[in-house]
Ligand binder design. Structure first.
Ligand SMILES: Cc1cc2nc3c(=O)[nH]c(=O)nc-3n(C[C@H](O)[C@H](O)[C@H](O)COP(=O)(O)OP(=O)(O)OC[C@H]3O[C@@H](n4cnc5c(N)ncnc54)[C@H](O)[C@@H]3O)c2cc1C
Length: 419
């Protein structure tokens, strides 16, 4: 059986791998000349299942409003004359209620913990190196912020996630490169969380998949999915057609556009973010552990001999232009904590579009078109959920029962009124 995977970001590449493991003949179609060149390219790299949470959460709407006119803000909202934006926001607001947040978070974490297990198994089996590092440290600049995060800590406890509350001195013992002088009220240390270079991992897994028989058609765009009766019969490509028995959509933010002509509406909206990557010049001043500045929601991660600084959630920008104020925030935060550690003046900047659903959890598996499957909408934690999502989708296609409960992770959540 021939399965086509559309998109070779982290979601498409992992999907192809697990599908091949399940014995399918697999072709991946990607419009770029290489894998992981869009949203999976230069993300923060954090894999922290206990911190995976929907963007829709209590207090977030007021936070967005508070920052509406601020220059340096972790969340930026640009109101547009765009019906899709307002529809998405209306649904997103509904998901900010506490009980919805708890439900959505539980769905995402179920998948994220499973995904970490899958990633570890895969890493061990193939010995993949992807600049991984161990441990995650959340920093709070003020007592008030530390207090406000108490409910998040309660949820960590409830989920049994190992973590330690630290005062400023203890934070500096966990990460000695943290500079003195920048206000620090305290932190949370999550020793089991990790980071890694998502794009490197995707490239390595692509090589492994290709060696096992996965075909990659790079530099080829899918223009349309053509049906015959109630099935997808072929893909229309820029340079011809491709006959298929089944299709997995893993096209990131463009997934919605691809399936819409088939009557499937996905409430996906791009939430833009930025990163800066700078060569480490003074290793002793650079962090070993991944650090998240909770005030600015900026993560600083060591990736080999570079520092990756990533953050900002910007809603309302469909273009990936670089915005000076956001890049300035990234550099300000990293200079606050690790001044002189890297060549910040020569940093490479990047912007990516998180493929976000209002509820935060992705959509996996079947659609009402028998041979069309989804692996979409991983938002701000697609790297952390990739291996698990891909394995679930491959299991479903192979008619095997997935190893986790799929409640709330399939299109069924939209078929029930209050799903
Ligand atoms: C600043 C930032 C920081 C982040 N940090 C983290 C983090 O720390 N941890 C984490 O887990 N996640 C993080 N994320 C989120 C994560 O990067 C995304 O969830 C993930 O990359 C989404 O992967 P994807 O494969 O769905 O999308 P993409 O990587 O965008 O892949 C989709 C692919 O589909 C291709 N495609 C689309 N349409 C077509 C077509 N018609 N024909 C052919 N190909 C097509 C595209 O070219 C693209 O390559 C971050 C994101 C951003 C922006």
């Amino acid at each position: 059986m021939h399965v086509a995977v559309i998109g070779a970001g982290i979601i498409g590449v992992t999907s192809a791998y697990y599908l091949r493991q399940r014995g399918f003949e697999v072709t991946v179609i990607e419009r770029n000349p290489g894998v992981a060149q869009e949203t999976s390219f230069a993300n923060a790299g954090v894999i922290a299942p206990g911190c995976v949470a929907p963007w829709a959460q209590p207090g977030m709407p007021s936070r967005v409003l508070r920052h509406l006119f601020a220059r340096e803000a972790p969340v930026v909202f640009r109101p547009r004359f765009d019906l899709a934006q307002w529809r998405w926001l209306a649904r997103w607001l509904g998901e900010c209620r506490l009980e919805r947040y708890r439900r959505n978070r539980a769905r995402m974490q179920r998948l994220a913990f499973y995904s970490r297990d899958c990633l570890h198994a895969l890493r061990q089996h193939h010995g993949i190196e992807y600049e991984q590092s161990q441990g995650y440290l959340q920093l709070f600049r003020t007592e008030a912020e530390f207090e406000r995060a108490a409910s998040a800590r309660a949820l960590l406890k409830e989920a049994g996630v190992p973590h330690a509350l630290l005062n400023a001195d203890e934070c500096r013992r966990v990460e000695p490169a943290l500079v003195e002088g920048t206000p620090l009220a305290g932190g949370v240390h999550l020793p089991q969380d990790e980071t890694g270079n998502c794009a490197y991992f995707a490239k390595r897994l692509k090589e492994i998949g290709a060696a096992q028989g996965v075909r990659f058609r790079l530099g080829t765009a899918v223009e349309a999915l053509e049906t015959e009766g109630d099935r997808i019969a072929r893909l229309r490509l820029g340079d011809g057609t491709l006959a298929v028995d089944a299709v997995v959509i893993a096209a990131g933010i463009d997934s919605a556009r691809l399936v819409r002509p088939l009557g499937i509406r996905l409430p996906l909206y791009p939430v833009k973010g930025y990163s800066a990557t700078a060569a480490i010049t003074r290793p002793e001043n650079a962090p070993m552990i991944a650090v998240m500045d909770e005030t600015y929601k900026v993560a600083v991660t060591r990736m080999g001999n570079r520092l990756r600084i990533a953050g900002t959630a910007e809603i309302g920008s469909r273009k990936l232009a670089l915005r000076d104020a956001s890049l300035g925030t990234l550099l300000r935060v990293v200079r606050d904590w690790f001044p002189g550690a890297a060549a910040y003046g020569q940093a490479r900047f990047w912007a990516g579009a998180r493929p976000m659903l209002p509820e935060g959890a992705p959509l996996l598996g079947p659609t009402r078109i028998a041979n069309l499957h989804l692996n979409v909408g991983h938002g701000s934690t697609g790297w952390a959920m990739a291996c698990g999502s891909a394995r679930v989708v491959a299991d479903l296609l192979a008619n095997s029962t997935p190893e986790i409960d799929l409640e709330g992770l399939t299109l069924e959540r939209y078929s029930r009124r209050r799903g």
